[in-house]
Design a protein around this ligand. Structure first.
Ligand code: URA
Length: 440
């Protein structure tokens, strides 16, 4: 089988056979197929798409390119959650302990920040002492004792995706439904959970900018999960506006603990409760409304926060900083971005706000660049809020004084102030189950 022929077939819109997909992914992972040929194939897929059968097959082959984690040493149903990536999206830190406090088992492998979007592992590493690398035994033991453990992805989890993602990143082929769906779902299938809840972001800060594309991506991922025997549900949630008010690593941990303590921003609390309720529903803890009630109770009675502290301690972290978040290390420099007009916030470009956090040091400019765990933003005005000239729109934090001017400029461009109060936008647009789309 020649890669040249497979590229030609896809270029003309043909369907790759199972054997061709296996040979293509296998050949790429073992180095027989060079980057330039795979890059041509990715672009052909970008233009021509893939059938559902091709996507499912490619996902399975990618999942099996490395370790398939066997979670059977953890009794009970295991449930995972994945976000397609957003700005200020710290829901894993809230949802995982809520679900564990309600009796679920969450053995979760998370990623680092990608482009303008943050990553759970970077956030957790802002907690002094927290270990994101555990042996398999320590990982299972933590889930068995606390109901939850969040660690970094093992080096050999879906290596085909690792290699393909790096190539997509530099060939303008990230924003492609078959490629995103197979990338995310290969890692989810390899991670071993029985049930999966997907948070598919839609809007300016998401990879999918339109609701129709987000629903299509969700349907594709749900079909892959269900096809592989994993109960899978997706929520389509807003990413036109960042979630919550904090963006940056320790800043997001602090905001998450606020929600776990029964406070925190309403939008973040609502998305977290909906995700947690769907996770509990999938593992058979009741109907969605009952599960939502249980999730609310876990916040109100403090059990979700206690579970978070327990997990942090079990992984070597100092949970005192979670109890008194004023003891987190603080960035040495900060400035306020002041409004230069009266009116309302009529638009926020979430992607540009994510880029502002990268400029401040909260994300990586390149794969290996260091990260400033204290850097980021606290927003004071969000979409729909009234502003007066001189009000602070946001406070920017960093350890590098010389980036503040660029960051401020970028943030100003990301926020539009207009005369009219804009219509409110939904927070949750739709729920996608097997063969069913519920629009809200
Ligand atoms: N997250 C992933 O893991 N893969 C993608 O392709 C996009 C977001």
């Amino acid at each position: 089988m020649r890669m040249y022929d497979l590229i030609t077939k896809k270029k003309h819109g043909g369907e790759l056979s199972d054997a061709e997909i296996t040979a293509m992914i296998g050949g790429y992972v073992n180095g027989e197929i060079p980057d330039y040929q795979m890059a041509a194939m990715l672009m052909a897929i970008w233009f021509r798409g893939m059938t559902d059968h091709e996507i499912i097959e490619m996902t399975k082959v990618m999942a099996h390119s490395g370790d398939m984690i066997d979670l059977s040493a953890i009794p009970g149903k295991k449930v995972d959650k994945h976000s397609t990536g957003g700005v200020g999206d710290k829901t894993t830190l809230i949802v995982a302990p809520i679900v564990a406090a309600c009796g679920g088992k969450v053995a979760k492998m998370s990623g680092r920040g990608l482009g303008h979007t943050g990553g759970t592992i970077d956030k957790l590493e802002s907690i002094p002492g927290y270990r994101t690398v555990l042996s398999r035994e320590e990982f299972f033991d933590t889930v068995n004792r606390c109901g939850v453990s969040v660690i970094g992805q093992s080096g050999n989890l879906a290596p085909a995706d690792k290699k393909l993602y790096a190539l997509r990143d530099v060939t303008a082929t990230v924003d492609c439904i078959p490629l995103i769906a197979s990338s995310i779902m290969s890692k989810k299938l390899a991670s071993g959970a029985d049930c999966i809840v997907l948070d598919v972001k839609t809007g300016s800060g998401a990879f999918m900018k339109t609701l129709d594309d987000s629903i299509k991506l969700a349907q594709t991922m749900v079909a892959i999960g269900e096809g592989a025997g994993r109960r899978t549900v997706a929520l389509i949630t807003d990413m036109d506006t960042p979630l919550g008010y904090g963006i940056g690593n320790s800043i997001e941990v602090i905001e998450s603990t606020e929600v776990l303590k029964g406070r925190g921003p309403a939008d973040l609390r609502e998305v977290s409760l909906q995700l947690a309720a769907n996770m509990l529903y999938l593992i058979g803890k009741g109907m969605p409304e009952q599960c939502r009630k249980a999730a609310e109770t876990a916040i109100e009675d403090g059990s979700a926060f206690d579970t978070f502290c327990q997990m942090v301690r079990a992984q070597g972290g100092d949970d005192n900083v979670l109890r008194d978040t004023s003891t987190f290390a603080e960035a040495p420099y900060h400035i306020d971005v002041k409004a230069d007009a009266d009116g309302f916030v009529t638009k926020m470009n979430a992607e540009a706000i994510g880029e502002t956090s990268v400029v401040l040091g909260a994300g990586r400019e390149t794969k290996d660049s260091p990260i400033d765990l204290t850097a980021g933003l606290i927003l004071h005005k969000k979409y729909g809020d009234a502003v007066k000239t001189g009000d602070s729109l946001a406070t920017l934090y960093t350890s590098k004084r010389d980036v503040l001017a660029d960051a401020e400029k970028l943030y100003r461009q990301a926020v539009v102030i207009g005369a009219e109060k804009p219509a409110p936008e939904p927070l949750i647009y739709a729920r996608v189950e097997k063969d069913r789309v519920e629009r809200y």
